[in-house]
Design a protein around this ligand. Structure first.
Ligand code: BGC
Length: 736
């Protein structure tokens, strides 16, 4: 439909019909069996409002979508099709590693492909918009939703956000297999105080702009059709009603012109925040801040029309919002093809197809991070090995958002062993313990987990595991958080493996010190004790559909680990929030030199995390030369080239991620001690040397200065090049 016709349509619509477009209801109102991802409040939805609601959340199959769309359009006065939206986070039926794991691959292009595959499958089920990517920067591992973010670095997150938007949307969302992306949660949802979900966010404007905004901005620049406002406050104003945030910053400064949606029931939550005195005021404030679609509070359908009639809201403003929504429907081609790609044949063709499975395997292999390895991995053929732990025996290898992923299609480590016949006869598998304590209950979006294993049964499991461990030459333990211990509303104060698994680890360690660990998790964990005792640790995160195969490929050496941490693993919870790009203090502490006692440090633990950002080992080793600069002074507009010579000093071909960090030594505002500005992944043969160069110009040296403007300042800079954020390999240059 051309734009004139779209505007004609808008003109013909009544006020109620227009407001209807701004209302989102859950599939539940239309069909049983949809997924609920938030609380169901008492809704103010009348039958008429349901008939006019412009979008639906949570429908997840083609047949249902087609039926709903048909009925809906038949009833709708202008036959306007509904938009179908859902959370397609890290895959649909084929599940890829959780976004935090994908961040560790340091390969945004790979995530673009994963998002594109997810879009293909979701589009087949009739989904038009996904509530992804989540661009929230994360620094606090207590927060359960760190699993949904690529990590703690603004540069890396920006690359990922752009890649994912491109993957979902492709060249044009009208094309077959493409869906619209929604960048979320604007803004700074990833910074709740004390890591407690939905909690207050308290940031300076400078920190907000410099660390948190870039990833959203990059998704918007990549053409994301939608943005979701966050639940949290920013500067004491809830984002959903924050005019400065949504109008001045998002719309005017960042130039976002697409549809702005609230989070689930967030307009209603303006009342609980104590920011609005009732539903009517909440409607007025959310609309006044620029929210186009009300997700699941019913408040817009209840109050917007009256607010227009009482002249509190100007209908012209409503028209602008509705135009954006209709334009999105039009860009998706829904006026001509209201079912777009939805079809059972399509579902059969794309769900878990070979191409997607292959991609899921590649992504899972590349996102595993080898944290420690004292010669344990790859496993040795012919060595009597015990595989012990609850993750040996489970197919629950996906994150909490993967409710559309079919667990029946996922095999466990134990099941996949038969594909590795040279190892099978020497490996004994044993569950050893339940995943979580027998009295712990966990709730997901569509499932509830309570393991019904009694205390006595657990003791027996532990005894059996100990026996098997005694007999083995080495033990690999498959341990970790339950997949429902991370995700939304899954903040934790003790970020350890479940205590029953800790008991299992201790029992096994007591009888066999040749112990290594494959760790599963949706967040960085406190693994200090495991890290001291285990000879090797492979971090598998929640690796998705092909997780077991990826892990076995790595353990057997068919593949080598190459992931790098995109979020620091803390020494202990007491360090949190911890991130590599922190500011220098006036009393910096250097544990390599003797210093007086009045320093910025802990008395009982180091300042450094256990495993830092950018860190990860592989099956070979590398040496890196000193940094070489092609000049030591540059002027504005010029570039300097910094290079290193990287040599593979081991015996197998390896992949290394060479990282370049900048430090601005003196500036009008205090600068971070290091900031990632570029990285390159290279493959090197044994004995081979490769030169890796990075160009540095104004872009890499810019920041928000004391006058609030973005740019760089003259003076001295350090360029660090290394294989993780701890690198001390630097040279200095001057910007004149
Ligand atoms: C989450 C969003 C999600 C929405 C819809 C909310 O609870 O915060 O990230 O997109 O539910 O499922």
């Amino acid at each position: 439909m051309n734009d004139d016709r779209l505007r004609d349509l808008l003109e013909k619509m009544t006020l109620e019909e227009k407001v209807g477009q701004m209302v989102q209801i859950s599939g539940e109102f239309l069909e049983k069996g949809s997924v609920l991802t938030g609380p169901m409040l008492e809704k103010g939805f009348t039958n008429e409002a349901i008939c006019l609601a412009g979008s639906v959340i949570g429908i997840q199959n083609a047949a249902t979508m087609r039926r709903i769309q048909k009925n809906y359009m038949e009833r709708h006065p202008h036959e306007i099709p509904a938009l179908f939206m859902m959370d397609v986070i890290n895959g649909y039926r084929t599940v890829f590693p959780i976004p935090l794991a994908q961040g560790c691959a340091f390969e945004p292009d790979l995530s673009e492909k994963c998002s594109s595959a997810a879009a293909r499958e979701a589009a087949s089920s009739g989904i038009h918009v996904t509530f992804a990517p989540m661009a929230d920067l994360v620094r606090d591992a207590r927060w359960g939703r760190v699993m949904e973010s690529p990590g703690e670095d603004p540069y890396l997150n920006s690359l990922y956000c752009r890649a994912m938007v491109r993957g979902f949307q492709g060249e044009d969302i009208k094309y077959s297999g493409k869906i619209a992306a929604c960048v979320k949660h604007f803004a700074a949802y990833g910074a709740p105080v004390a890591g407690r979900d939905y909690n207050t966010v308290e940031l300076s404007e400078n920190t907000l702009r410099e660390f948190y905004i870039p990833a959203y901005d990059s998704g918007i620049k990549a053409g994301a059709e939608m943005v979701m406002a966050a639940f949290n406050t920013v500067n004491r104003i809830p984002s959903t009603g924050n005019k400065w945030l949504l109008k001045d910053l998002l719309r005017k400064e960042l130039g976002f012109d697409g549809v702005l949606i609230s989070d689930w029931a967030a307009i209603e939550e303006l009342i609980a925040h104590g920011y609005c005195n009732g539903r009517k005021e909440a409607a007025e404030k959310a609309f006044g801040a620029g929210i186009d679609i009300d997700m699941m509070s019913g408040i817009y359908s209840e109050h917007l029309s009256d607010l227009v009639r009482s002249e509190t809201i100007n209908e012209k403003e409503i028209d602008k919002a509705v135009y954006r929504i209709l334009r999105l429907k039009n860009r998706l081609g829904l006026f001509e093809h209201p079912y777009k790609d939805a079809g059972e044949e399509e579902e059969k063709k794309y769900f878990l197809c070979q191409k997607h499975r292959k991609l899921a395997l590649e992504a899972a292999e590349k996102s595993c991070v080898l944290l420690k390895n004292e010669g344990e991995f790859p496993l040795k053929i012919g060595r009597k090995t015990a595989f012990i732990g609850p993750y040996v025996n489970t197919n629950k290898l996906t994150g909490s958002w993967s409710f559309t992923g079919d667990k029946k299609e996922i095999v466990s480590i134990k099941e996949i062993l038969s594909e590795y016949p040279e190892y099978t006869e020497n490996i004994t598998c044993m569950q050893g313990s339940p995943m979580i304590e027998f009295d712990m209950e966990l709730k997901g979006f569509d499932e509830e987990e309570k393991e019904k294993i009694s205390g006595d049964e657990i003791e027996k499991m532990l005894d059996d595991a100990e026996e098997v461990a005694k007999e083995a030459q080495s033990v690999v333990m498959f341990l970790g958080e339950h997949f429902l211990q991370s995700g939304e509303a899954a903040s934790r104060a003790y970020i350890t493996i479940p205590s029953v698994q800790k008991r299992l680890f201790d029992r096994v360690y007591n009888v066999n010190k040749n112990i290594s660990v494959v760790l599963f998790s949706g967040r960085p964990l406190d693994i200090m004790d495991i890290s001291r005792k285990a000879n090797a640790i492979l971090l598998a995160w929640l690796p998705g559909t092909e997780g077991a195969r990826a892990i076995m490929n790595i353990l057997t050496g068919t593949a080598a680990p190459e992931g790098k941490l995109s979020m620091s693993f803390p020494w202990s919870v007491g360090q949190i929030p911890i991130f590599y790009n922190s500011d220098s203090t006036g009393r910096p502490y250097d544990n390599h030199i003797q210093q007086d006692r009045f320093r910025s440090r802990y008395l009982d633990i180091p300042n450094e995390p256990l495993y830092p950002f950018g860190y990860g080992l592989t099956y070979t080793s590398f040496s890196i030369s000193e940094v070489v600069l092609d000049r030591t002074r540059i002027s504005r507009g010029e570039k300097i080239c910094a290079s290193v010579l990287v040599k593979n000093t081991g015996r197998r071909t390896g992949i290394e991620t060479i990282q370049m960090y900048i430090r601005d030594l003196v500036a009008s505002v205090v600068r971070p001690v290091k900031e990632l500005k570029a990285f390159k992944k290279i493959t090197i043969l044994p004995g081979e040397e490769k030169t890796v160069c990075f160009d540095i110009g104004e872009q890499e040296l810019s920041f928000y200065k004391s006058d609030g403007r973005y740019g760089c300042e003259e003076g001295k800079f350090r360029v660090y090049i290394g294989t993780d954020s701890r690198t001390d390999n630097f040279k200095e240059f001057i910007l004149e």
